[in-house]
Design a protein around this ligand. Structure first.
Ligand code: FES
Ligand SMILES: [Fe+2]
Length: 395
């Protein structure tokens, strides 16, 4: 993010704190609740969003060194990601070319080769089939071309992208739609992997995404938690192709900065703000002073009413030193989830569950997005565009 852009955003938040906030939307929008209950829509979403679209999976820190691997099935397909012996990021269908078993159990680690648990065919971290058990008995065949099926993948700005269907290369800049400066600015390659968790929830996957899309609710739903740190009903709002960026103001941060330093150009942007990105089609990306969170939200199988949130966080170098200081063995990366889950799991997703029930009762056909909730409209329309459906309109 360029300096001028940071100053523009800080000024909006500073003025919003003084004057009561900014509103960005053109009007009120009616959004159909059937989006959260329709099995045909979910089948289309599965195909278009989770098979054919490049997905932001995580950061370079997920594969910190040559030989690192990460096997992940959250998209609904088993995917194996590796950093090969030359340091290249690679992705494969994690299915054995012999009889189709999953080769590498979901998880992370470092190993140069992978042996299938069924009959021990062995693959390199470049995906080549390098050994067939008892080959003389199995029968003779050409191993070339029988390696793991390679998936399009790309690593740029410290982000890892994979498309779960073989085919064309991924154009990361095109997927970012103008967020390239932002991503370069956050120095993501310097962040190291902290920890991850999976959050199952009884909500449609898009309702889980909705919970991150406005801060109108902070002073009500989060009055005992987040509201003392982040000013509710105040956000910047910018869109980048199908993606959006909102920046929220840290209340103590802004108070301290304005007391200490009248010149806004000297304010430390990252310490005063929480930046919330939606990265199409399913990821929320959060940046605060200490770390970044990648929150990938998926449908849970074919259920319209269940989702899984795969949440990983990555820390800046100075924060890594804090967690790994040998004098304080009780400091654990996982502890960061306590605060996140108090807000997102115990408050946001609970509320989303009640909206899911509302959608299923049929009592009402639509819900409303206000002028102060513009990101919700943007991302629901990004999905509609992706599926070739008519757009929602403000009135
Ligand atoms: S299925 Fe993998 S070795 Fe047989
Ligand atoms: Fe929330």
């Amino acid at each position: 993010m360029r300096r001028q852009e940071r100053l523009r955003l800080l000024a909006i938040l500073r003025d919003g704190l003084a004057n009561g906030g900014a509103v960005h939307g053109e009007g009120i929008v009616e959004s159909p609740l059937s989006d959260f209950t329709c099995p045909d829509l979910l089948a289309e979403e599965q195909r278009v969003f989770f098979r054919e679209t490049p997905l932001f999976m995580g950061l370079s820190g997920d594969l910190p060194e040559n030989g690192s691997y990460w096997a992940d099935s959250e998209t609904g397909l088993p995917i194996l990601m590796t950093r090969d012996d030359d340091g290249h990021f690679r992705a494969f269908a994690n299915t054995c070319r012999h009889r189709g078993a999953q080769v590498v159990p979901d998880g992370r680690g470092n190993q140069p080769r992978f042996s299938c648990p069924f009959h021990a065919w062995t693959y390199s971290n470049r995906g080549d089939l390098i050994a067939v058990t008892r080959a003389e008995r199995f029968g003779d065949f050409d191993k070339t071309g029988r390696g793991l099926i390679e998936l399009p993948c790309a690593e740029k700005y410290g982000m890892l992208w994979v498309r779960p269907t073989p085919g064309d290369d991924i154009d990361v800049d095109a997927a970012l739609g103008g967020l390239e400066d932002d991503m370069a600015h956050w120095e993501l390659p310097e962040h190291s992997y902290g920890a991850s968790q999976i959050i199952p929830a009884n909500v449609n996957w898009k309702l889980a995404v909705d919970t991150f899309g406005e801060n109108y609710h902070f002073d009500v739903l989060h009055r005992e938690t987040l509201a003392s740190d982040i000013r509710g009903n105040l956000q910047t709002h910018d869109t980048f192709g199908p993606n959006y960026r909102m920046v929220f103001a840290s209340i103590p941060g802004f108070a301290e900065a304005s007391a200490k330093e009248p010149d806004i150009e000297k304010w430390p942007f990252r310490h005063l703000t929480l930046s919330v990105y939606f990265i199409y089609p399913n990821t929320i990306f959060l940046v605060d002073g200490a770390a970044v969170d990648v929150v990938r939200i998926f449908p849970d199988g074919n259920s319209t009413r269940k989702s899984r949130t795969a949440h990983s966080f990555y820390v800046r170098p100075q924060v890594k030193a804090y967690f790994e200081d040998p004098e304080f063995p009780e400091r654990r990366y996982e502890d960061r989830f306590v605060g996140f889950n108090n807000v997102v799991v115990n408050e946001d997703y609970k509320m989303a569950e009640s909206t899911q029930r509302c959608a299923e009762t049929g009592f009402q056909s639509h819900v409303l997005f206000g002028r102060n909730e513009p990101a919700l409209l943007h991302y629901h329309n990004a999905h509609r565009r992706g599926l070739g459906k008519p757009l929602l309109e403000a009135r």
